[in-house]
Design a binder for this molecule. Sequence first.
Ligand code: BDR
Ligand code: CA
Length: 307
Amino acid sequence: MSRAVLIDCDPGTDDAVALWLALASPELDLRLVTVAGGNVGLERTLPNARAVLGLGGARAPVVAGAERPLTGAYRSETRVHGTDGLGGVVLPAGPPAAPGLAADAIRDALRGAAPASVTLVGLGPATNLALALATEPPLRAAVAEIVLMTGAVGEGNWTPAAEFNAAMDPEALAVLLGCGCPVTLVTLDLTAQALVTPARVAALRAGPGGRCRAACGDILAALPPSKRLAGRGAPLHDPCAIAWLVAPALFTHRPAAAEVVLDGPDRGRTRIDRWQRSDRPVNIRLLETIDAEGFFALLGERLARLP
Ligand code: BDR
Ligand code: CA
């Protein structure tokens, strides 16, 4: 039986790959894709999401959401994703977005759903998901799990302290960490183990598949190796969150307590207590290790199923 999934994203090179991985995975029933401004502005992330899903032949509606965080200014991450958000890889325009706003569409999808039956995946700033859950709390009962690519146990990638998605809307992340739903965190420490390298791009390009595999190969080849990781490769962040839902055996994990810093120079830092050394209650499942070879094999195998 496949699990009902709503994905909120900001494509974004790795968001694009995550959307294709989800689309190609029969374990998941992709019901809705909502989009925020993040890696690039909403005027780019929305057409990017439509194009990525259109290329994959998706039927899930795409709905526009927040163009800025709950508080503070919007900032982009063009160093990694390019000014177009897809590393300069041009895709055919996708079908139009569905009418309405992301938070409403998320609430509509949760309303009437069976208890603990819908999985929410957050791959960008958490604004849309937080707005949806903060404005109609009883709908939280329909949530099976919230899987977020956000935060870091150690060093950040936006500031020394903070990871990009967490830094872009820490107040929204605080809503999700405190909402009482089961939350799974995919942090920078996990994604540092899933590195795109020239050898992995070549293997993916040599595999079977059609236009999605080709576009994915182009996007992966455009990713700059991470200075933070000594140039060993580019972390493929967002697809790790999808892989958790598709192939949990690739991961190890442990319960932990997580909170997000809202003030000062460390704004956006996630403070994660893995060993119950604080008085904070356990509120997340922290993904700690990923079998990188298995992950890239899964990606290649799934891309072969798409057009
Ligand atoms: C996260 O920020 C974005 O740049 C990526 O798409 C990913 O969601 C990694 O910090
Ligand atoms: Ca993202």
